[in-house]
Every structure is written in structure tokens, then in C-alpha cells.
Design a protein around this ligand. Structure first.
Ligand code: SAH
Ligand code: SF4
Length: 426
């Protein structure tokens, strides 16, 4: 989401006449987009800002964008006095105007949202880095307030973009040659058109029906808003990728309640059973937090058994990191870092074994792969399946298929994190 925010900011500023340079030493203005989801990401920001100190020069200006800007606000000016502008993501639409003030000599400019804005940042001028696969943000902010999470405080309240604006952007992208579109939101599936009330499943069907589109993805779905019609629309519309990222966070109902996720293990597993009952095989992935305050060994084991029950195709595991302003900051961060690392490893080992066994189901199958890059050293092509798996494959002919093209591949080998095969002729 941050990478895409940067694409939108860059495109908007280029449209205003700013010129992007390859080397930060040549820049008159450096905008630094930041993340504060975990403490490590935030530490990196202040380390990097310190390095910028050395870059200071005649007329050079610095701006800090993103969640650390929103969270730390004017404190950034104290820690890094050479910074002239701080802006959270909910104020990006005002950046052109803030930069005019900056150029006029104003020293300390802030764009800090107070969770009030209803506006979304829609721009026609996104500078997308990949010409084949592109993102579209459809929901900004979050109202879920999970106990551990900074997002509701840094990205403002939840608001959906007008479906007409989303569809117009998707059509423009397809006209420009994009074949894969990924819809984004912290809770992408709580989408609802602000006037027509079009639902997320209806929007998915509409984007997936644009002539010329080949793949539509979406992240991240929240279990609370995961309705059956999402599975039905994936079944019905072939361009919708057969993959759902549905973070569970923990397999223990007690921990889920402490996290304020507002569902139980059983309730979550019911959504998983809908996905498993689909006519197409839909791949599932998840996020997990280990070491949430008070998590016991038995509760960790409940998460491990949930992994075994669901059989996700990938899991992203994080050590709990206390975040400022969040309700969980009031709880003692009772589990030492080494113990969090051990728990992380327990889950990663269990998950690796699940994937080692379950990826073998692809052996001998044929699947369509979108080419992402060429590995010349190994004479291989690297791509991605509709289920979002990395596929390495060989081709018989000397000319490798172009990046962005689609190729049918027969799977000959599987590993815990990727699959390999050979291109089919034709
Ligand atoms: N909106 C999405 C994900 C947002 S952040 C959702 O609700 O699923 C991405 C992931 O970071 C989360 O799913 C969670 O697993 C992790 N995360 C968020 N806050 C965290 C924290 N304080 N410590 C550790 N991991 C965290
Ligand atoms: Fe954070 Fe929860 Fe919102 Fe996801 S749903 S962004 S984890 S508060």
C-alpha cells in the first residue's frame, strides 16, 4: 500500500511539473515515505533521516510522508530540524498546495489528519512502476481498531472510493496495456460505494468484466467482512484470481478477543470452509502475530493446529511489536524477544512442512503463468500463477517469453515456497 501511495504522490507531483531524479544527491526536494506498522520499520526511519542530515545543502528540502509522519507529527521537526514538511497519507491530496508553500519559504508545514476526513486521494496521474501489473486503492483508512495496530490512528477513518472512479481508473489502465489489477485496502472487502452502495463482490465482478483484463487480485480481506458472495463471484468470474489473503492473526479465541479481532476461531474457520467449498480451488494465505501479551504455549499451539487445519499456501508471521497510541500498549509486553523468535520459528517450521506436502498437489498440472523476470544464469523464466505462487520454468525455444506475457506451464517439481516446470508449446 505504501509503495502504491508513493506511485500516486510521484505521479501527482510530476503532473505539477516536478522532475524525478535518479540520485537523491541531485534532488532539491526529498520526500521520504514511511511505515510504522512495527517498531523495526519505525527505527529505520530515524536512522535514514540521520543519513539525510549529511545530504543537507543549499536549498535542499526534506519531507517525511506516511505513517511515521502522521504518528510523530511535529516531533519530527525536533528530532530532524532540517525536515520542512510532514504529511500523513490522508493529506496527500493537499501535497501540491503544501509544496507551493514550501517553495515560498515556509519552514514547517504539516498535513496531519485527525481521523475526520471523508475524502480519498484519487489521482489520474499515478506513476506506476510496473507496466503490466498495477494497484488501485479502493478503501482508505481503517475503523477496526485491533488492539495492537497503529493503522486506524495513522491512516484515518475508513472510506471507500466511488466505484465510477475505480472503474474509470481500471479501464484507463487496461487501455494503457495493464492486464493485472490488484485492488487495495486495509479492509478491502468492507468496500461499499459511498452513493450507490455497490458491494465489494459487485465491484470485483465489474472490474473483472472489463474487456482486456486478465487478472484481478485484492488485498487485504478482513474475516469480519468476508461474505459468501465473494467466493461466489470468484467462482463466476474467471479473471478473478483464485487466491484470498485472509489474516487470522491467532488460532486462539481468547487471544483473538484480546486483540479485538471480533471473531472466534470457529467463526473464522467457517469462512475458510466456504472458500474450500468453491468450485475452483482457491489458494489461501494469512498473517499471524506471535507473542501477543499473555499468549501461552497452549495458545500458540492452537495457532499451529489452525495452520494444519486450514493448510494455507503462505503465512506471514510477525513478532508482536507494541505500538504507540494502541490499546495493547497498556498491556505488559510480557514475552521476551527471544521467546517471540522461538515461537515464530515453531510456526514457520510447521508451516514449511504443510507447504512441502501440499504444494505437491500441483505436480503434473498445467497452469497459466504471468512472466515477471528472466533468470539468465539458470536459463529460467520466473512468473506468477493465478494463485500467486512463484513459478520457475524453462522454455524449449531460444527466445524467452516477454515480461508481462502469459505462458502455459506444466509443473514438474514442487518446493515448500515455489513450483517449477516447463513451458508448453504454442
Ligand atoms: N489490515 C490488514 C493488515 C494490516 S497490517 C488486516 O487487518 O489483516 C499487516 C499485518 O501486520 C497484520 O495482518 C498483522 O499481522 C501485522 N501487524 C500489525 N500490527 C502489528 C504489531 N503491532 N505487531 C506485529 N505485527 C503487527
Ligand atoms: Fe490494523 Fe486491524 Fe485495521 Fe488491519 S483491521 S489495519 S490489523 S486495525
Amino acid at each position: 500500500m505504501n509503495a502504491h501511495d508513493s506511485e500516486k504522490v510521484i505521479g501527482t507531483l510530476e503532473h505539477e511539473g516536478y522532475l524525478r531524479v535518479a540520485d537523491e544527491a541531485d534532488a532539491g526536494l526529498i520526500l521520504y515515505n514511511t511505515c510504522s506498522i512495527r517498531d523495526k520499520a519505525e527505527q529505520k526511519v530515524f536512522h535514514r533521516l540521520n543519513e539525510y542530515k549529511k545530504l543537507q545543502g543549499e536549498g535542499k528540502r526534506f519531507a517525511v510522508l506516511g505513517c511515521v509522519a502522521q504518528q510523530e507529527g511535529e516531533r519530527i521537526f525536533e528530532r530532524a530540524p532540517y525536515v520542512s514538511l510532514v504529511s500523513g497519507s490522508a493529506s496527500y491530496r493537499n501535497l501540491p498546495e503544501m509544496l507551493v508553500r514550501l517553495e515560498a519559504g515556509e519552514q514547517r508545514i504539516t498535513g496531519l489528519d485527525d481521523r475526520q476526513t471523508e475524502q480519498t486521494f484519487d489521482t489520474e496521474f499515478t506513476a506506476r512502476t510496473n507496466p503490466h501489473h498495477g494497484y488501485i486503492t479502493i478503501v482508505e483508512g481503517c475503523d477496526k481498531f485491533c488492539a495492537y495496530c497503529v493503522v486506524p490512528y495513522t491512516r484515518g477513518k475508513e472510506r471507500s472510493r466511488a466505484s465510477a472512479s475505480v472503474l474509470a481508473e481500471a479501464r484507463r489502465m487496461v487501455d494503457a496495456g495493464f492486464t493485472e489489477i490488484q485492488l487495495l485496502g486495509q479492509n478491502v472487502n468492507s468496500y461499499q460505494d459511498p452513493s450507490s452502495r455497490m458491494s465489494f463482490a459487485e465491484l470485483l465482478a465489474a472490474v473483472g468484466s472489463i474487456p482486456g483484463i486478465r487478472r484481478v487480485r485484492f488485498t487485504t480481506s478482513h474475516p469480519r467482512d468476508f461474505t459468501r458472495d465473494i467466493v461466489e463471484v470468484i467462482d463466476a468470474v474467471p479473471t478473478l484470481c483464485d487466491h484470498v489473503h485472509l489474516p487470522v492473526q491467532s488460532g486462539s479465541t481468547r487471544i483473538l478477543a484480546a486483540m479485538n479481532r471480533e471473531y472466534t476461531r470457529e467463526w473464522y474457520l467457517e469462512r475458510i470452509s466456504w472458500i474450500k467449498a468453491a468450485r475452483r480451488e482457491i489458494s489461501m494465505t494469512s498473517d499471524i502475530i506471535v507473542g501477543f501479551p499473555g499468549e501461552t504455549e497452549a495458545e500458540l499451539e492452537e495457532t499451529a493446529t489452525l495452520l494444519e487445519e486450514v493448510k494455507y499456501d503462505a503465512v506471514f508471521c510477525f513478532k508482536y511489536s507494541p505500538r504507540p497510541n494502541t490499546p495493547a500498549i497498556a498491556l505488559a509486553d510480557s514475552i521476551p524477544d527471544e521467546e517471540k523468535s522461538r515461537r515464530l520459528q515453531v510456526l514457520l517450521d510447521r508451516q514449511r512442512e504443510i507447504q512441502r506436502v501440499s504444494y505437491a498437489r500441483h505436480l503434473g498440472k498445467e497452469m497459466e503463468v504471468m512472466v515477471e523476470s528472466h533468470n539468465h544464469a539458470r536459463g529460467q523464466v520466473v512468473g506468477r500463477s493465478s494463485q500467486n505462487k512463484t513459478v520457475n520454468f524453462t522454455v524449449a525455444q531460444p527466445i524467452l517469453p516477454a515480461v508481462g506475457s502469459y505462458q502455459m506451464v506444466r509443473i514438474t517439481q514442487t518446493f515448500p515456497n515455489s513450483i517449477a516446470g516447463e513451458a508448453l508449446a504454442g
